[in-house]
Design a protein around this ligand. Structure first.
Ligand code: GDP
Ligand code: MG
Length: 441
């Protein structure tokens, strides 16, 4: 599996101090093979590898992670990024009913999805109507009706006994029925073929034109692997779609199809189906899919923990200094950089015991402001950073000029630093984390 492969690849990197170009190239080669084995389509693999290489080369050497962990982290982040970052939700029409059309190959799981989606939406308080526009197979309509009954929603279907009906006509009448009976969502099930064919595409396009869907969901079986790209491209060009649903994730597919479809069509994956029962269904989570593709969920957790532990160590070092009043501007800068790597400045608070009192002050510090503070401190000499008391008027002027800010901003920073130091000293005394006693884990 990809997991085994990456693990063995990355073992070669273990113990080296930093990422060299040769390391990155060798690793990239192996990741490429591994992704192909996970059924990710070749062009997608190429692009992905290019991203990872670029990022790995520009990456700062992490103190918290060894090079192997660092590469995995980058690969994981890139995967999540391509898979869509955040989960996108269904977009609902301003004027109901919202029309959701399902498209995809035969057997991809459209009819089953119609039931799953209906149940999912019903639980959220919607009143969906299923519309049976697959008139291709004899029992396709019955199948949808059964699924609808199980989900406890109504199904609109052509009257039996009239021979083969016109799916476009059924679709149109289904929408009218929804308006009439106050359904706020319509889910249109359509026919599929075993392979992509023109007649099928035309029928789907005709239904699309008749009902003007708010969402067209391309339903794709995760097991089709490499074929996902050609199928997705055919549906994109033939019908167009606004989102993707991956099915049969309960099988042993590693999820390569997800990466391919997402990358090639640029459309988000909204839902994931993982079983035959109506409940086997969830919104799509890019992070979970990334760790499925990598097959290294545990490793990713370890990496997260390693980073957190490192940040905590840094915070504790600073806290120890705080108590003795020895905090320097250098520490201040170091802290700031460490905190920024982790995300919002407010996180620092969680790490300093008893620092709740400074919440208001810290809340005013946004990222742009931090950039300026950083510039100011960088404009100081090491001696000034270590002993801010020596920063007199002329030094302030020089620092301001060097870092492109006003003298007033330098004054602000220095004054605030002294205030903070004093306050923290007081708190340290009160909460007993000053001096050497701050090493509890
Ligand atoms: P359609 O032809 O696109 O409408 O596909 P169907 O909804 O009829 O599904 C085809 C087959 O796949 C059926 O036997 C379903 O029970 C099965 N199926 C659909 N979704 C899933 C899934 O997420 N997991 C599994 N294991 N089977 C599924
Ligand atoms: Mg069907």
């Amino acid at each position: 599996t990809l997991s085994d492969r990456l693990t063995s690849v990355l073992q070669n990197l273990r113990g080296k101090g930093k990422l060299t170009d040769a390391d990155i190239d060798a690793t990239a080669r192996e990741i490429r093979i591994a992704l192909l084995e996970a059924d990710v389509a070749l062009p997608v693999v190429r692009e992905f590898i290019a991203h990872v290489k670029e990022r790995a080369k520009g990456a700062e050497v992490s103190e918290a992670l060894n090079p192997a962990q660092q590469v995995i982290k980058i690969v994981n982040e890139e995967l999540i990024g391509i898979l869509g970052g955040e989960t996108r939700r269904l977009s609902l029409a301003k004027n109901p009913p919202t029309v959701i059309m399902l498209a995809g190959l035969q057997g991809s799981g459209k009819t089953t999805l119609a039931g799953k989606l209906a149940l999912f939406l019903k639980k959220q308080g919607h009143a969906p109507l299923l519309v049976a526009c697959d008139l291709q197979r004899p029992n396709a309509v019955t199948q949808l009706q059964v699924v609808g009954e199980r989900a406890g929603v109504q199904t609109f279907a052509p009257e039996p006994g009239n021979g083969v009906g016109d799916p476009v006509d059924v679709a149109r009448r289904g929408i009218d029925e929804a308006k009439h009976a106050q359904h706020d969502i319509v889910i249109v099930d359509t026919a599929g073929r075993l392979g992509v064919d023109e007649e099928l595409m035309k029928q789907a396009a005709d239904i699309r034109d008749a009902v003007q869907p708010d969402e067209i969901l391309f339903v794709v079986d995760a097991m089709i692997g490499q074929d996902a790209v050609t199928t997705a491209e055919a549906f994109r060009d033939g019908v167009g779609f606004t989102g993707v649903v991956l099915t049969k994730l309960d099988g042993d597919a590693r999820g390569g199809a997800a990466l391919s479809v997402r990358q090639v069509t640029g459309q988000p994956i909204l839902f994931a189906s993982n079983g035959e029962k109506l409940e086997d269904f969830d919104t799509f989570h890019p992070d979970r899919m990334a760790s499925r593709i990598l097959g290294m969920g545990d490793l990713l957790t370890l990496i997260e923990q390693a980073e957190q532990a490192f940040d905590q160590e840094q915070a504790e070092k600073a806290a120890a200094k705080l108590g003795t009043g020895q905090l320097t501007l250098e520490d201040f800068l170091e802290q700031m950089l460490a905190v920024r790597k982790m995300g919002p400045i407010g996180n620092l608070l969680g790490m300093l015991p008893g620092a709740g009192q400074m919440k208001d002050q810290l809340a005013q510090v946004d990222d742009k402001h931090l950039d300026r503070l950083q510039a100011i401190i960088r404009g100081m000499t090491p001696a000034e950073r270590a002993d801010p008391k020596m920063i007199n008027g002329s030094r302030r002027q020089r620092i301001a000029q060097g870092s492109g800010v006003t003298v007033r901003e330098v004054n602000d920073l220095v004054n605030r630093f002294f205030e903070a130091r004093k306050m923290m000293q007081q708190m340290a005394g009160r909460f007993g984390f000053g001096g050497g006693s701050a090493t509890k884990r």
